[in-house]
Unconditional design. Structure first.
Ligand SMILES: NC(=O)c1ccc[n+]([C@@H]2O[C@H](COP(=O)([O-])OP(=O)(O)OC[C@H]3O[C@@H](n4cnc5c(N)ncnc54)[C@H](OP(=O)(O)O)[C@@H]3O)[C@@H](O)[C@H]2O)c1
Length: 273
């Protein structure tokens, strides 16, 4: 079995999606002292520019480019990828971090939000991984970090499409890691538990109920710790990173439980909410 080429974050050149807030902004902050170039992608230009100014003030030699892109829009995505390829950008780290959720049942969801979630959480991840692979290979050793979720380890009623989309990311990432290993590109899937970011505010529907937070206290990790563990796992090309012992344990339990028992537990939890 070939092992992936060693990699150093020093001097790396990273494209981060969803860099305007939460984990994405934290990835930029933790990479800034080590990286030589960052491409920051999201929709909210003022937040991206603010982050660029903040990082540039302490790291004046760091090249930072702000790329405003709605990753739910297939045309905007294509233009982003083609633009980076035409300019032969020297990216050697791709962090597919942008993502969204929707709290509530499928039956009561707005189709436009479900569709946007599939575009962002799955299609954008695949399109950027595929479209930027030639750049990553050209600048190998290189790394891809896919931001999945602990939710990808189990079916989750009232969070069904989100959990399924993150299960997709996990499966895609594991297979891609094996495909890319011999080509000098390490692939890691980060599977965090609940983390304090803007995620919940965006996932909650207007006048909708909050998600079921029983047990979240055991799983929660600060964003800075999640990102530090993710970057270390990515550097080592670990196929999967579960930040925190409780997150790791729960993901293992979900995989090992007989499916009939898992269904019974999920049904009980759903009905007792
Ligand atoms: N927080 C958690 O509890 C948790 C747990 C497990 C996994 N995750 C995953 O972690 C990742 C980061 O989320 P977060 O927790 O940091 O949440 P967040 O603070 O809401 O950040 C989401 C990021 O995605 C960007 N984004 C959303 N829609 C976009 C679009 N259409 N086009 C381009 N960018 C878009 C947002 O930027 P703009 O709005 O400026 O576009 C923002 O920068 C997601 O993949 C999420 O699923 C989060």
């Amino acid at each position: 079995m070939p092992t992936v080429t060693p990699f150093s974050l020093l001097g790396c050149r990273a494209l981060i999606t969803g860099a305007s807030s939460g984990l994405g902004a934290e990835f930029a902050r933790q990479l800034a002292p080590k990286a030589s170039a960052l491409w920051l992608v999201a929709r909210r230009v003022e937040l991206l520019q603010g982050l660029r100014e903040e990082l540039q003030a302490t790291h004046p030699s760091l090249m930072i480019e702000v790329l405003v892109c709605d990753l739910c829009d297939p045309r905007a995505r294509r233009e982003l990828v083609e633009g980076l390829r035409q300019r032969a950008c020297s990216i050697n780290v791709l962090i597919n971090n942008a993502g969204m959720g929707d709290y509530g049942s499928v039956a009561t969801a707005q189709w436009s939000k479900l569709e946007a979630m599939m575009q962002l959480n799955m299609l954008a991840v695949v399109e950027l991984s595929h479209g930027l692979m030639p750049l990553l290979e050209a600048h190998a050793p290189a790394r891809i970090l896919q931001v999945g979720s602990l939710a990808g380890s189990m079916p989750l009623p009232e969070f069904a499409l989100y959990a399924a989309s993150k299960g997709f990311v996990q499966q895609f990432s594991e297979a891609l890691a094996i495909e890319c290993c011999a080509r000098g590109v390490g692939v890691t899937c980060l599977c965090p538990g609940p983390t304090a970011t803007e995620f919940s505010r965006q996932a909650k529907r207007e006048q909708g109920a909050d998600t079921d937070r029983r047990g979240h206290g055991l799983l929660r990790q600060p964003p800075a710790r999640v990102v530090a563990l993710a970057l270390e796992g990515m550097r080592r090309a670990d196929p999967c990173v579960h930040p925190g012992l409780a997150v790791w344990l729960l993901s293992r339990v979900c995989r090992l439980l007989p499916v009939s028992l898992l269904r019974a537990v999920l049904r009980w939890r759903y009905q007792s909410h």
